[in-house]
Design a protein around this ligand. Sequence first.
Ligand code: ADP
Length: 378
Amino acid sequence: MTLPTRDAVLAALRAVVDQDMPAELGADVVSSDRVRDIAIEAGPTGANVGVTLTLLCPGDPAEASLRAQAEAALRGVPGVAGQAVEFVVEMPTSHLQTANRLPGVGHVIGVGAGKGGVGKSTVAVNLAVAMANAGVRVGLVDADIQGPSVPIMMGLADARPFADDERKIAPLLNHGVRFVSMGNLIGRDDAVVWRGPMVGRAVTQLFDDVRWGELDVLLVDLPPGTGDVVLTLAQTFPLAGAIVVSTPQDVAFADVTRAVKMFEMLKVDVLGLVENMAYFQAPDTGTRYDVFGPGRMTAHCQARGLALLGSLPLDIHVSPASDAGHPLTASAKNSEFAGMLQALAAVVCKQLAVRGLVRSRAADHSAFFGAAPAMPGA
Ligand code: ADP
């Protein structure tokens, strides 16, 4: 019996495509350098072939599809009797942005909103916990200095972080997330009266004076709106991208547009919009109510070329859980709401990873040829 060659296996794997990869990077797993191992062994009825492919982030949404495609491709190789597909996670970083300021941090992303009260902090906290659940090393900066709600939502409202011998602050840790908030450093109500420059200095400290260690993703819960404070902050951080949170009303989209324009002006990639309180599903009858009227966010996003990353319901369990310091992603992992946040976390991490890959290829390209290709969608 002749065993299939490594080249024959590689040729078959060229048919395996990650639907989230931009075609110009080479969407198939061979051109995009995602085959880590190939083992070919003789079995009683033919060859057993094992391949190891990379996933671009923990919980990579493409995993099931990559597995099915790879198994089918291997079955098609003459002489193969059995096949096994394994994965290792290799998350590309945005190091170009973070190298100087935050050397151990892979990606920094802002969570913003055109106005307050839309659930920005709720989304930021649950997104962070969902990422941690998936195995992402994640941190959270509460940059919403004048309304810090992260300490309560994270269940450590009264904790005070310690500074070490070099006056670096160790972040607090709960639900798998490392986080800092002015609410923990000076007391929840004291920063409310601060003015712009003080806020800017304080938040810069939250970044630079914290010993973050190694993180795949650092989320920044930005203040709401598009005023001076948030502008300064968004400029201060090496943001690899931003997510905008909004409620579904038509009028809310005007705020979304302003927030998106602000990030665009600052050359921060907007990953997309998260629609919060999109509908209410009665837990007893299952009837779905469009509380704010029939939402047109999908149409608005399409018209604006903005990705709709997720639509979260108004859920009666969200507020009590947040107020008790047990976000649903930590305390009710099997709930529908937590499931939606897990899906959102996977989509966001994948986008960051793909963008990191595009940036590093662009940097390689410019090192050789002087000019970088444009970011897809930019
Ligand atoms: P923001 O950060 O935009 O000011 P918050 O995250 O503090 O908003 O949320 C405002 C209030 O709405 C909080 O009481 C929060 O618990 C509640 N809330 C947010 N999202 C939801 C949701 N999807 N379902 C139910 N209540 C929510």
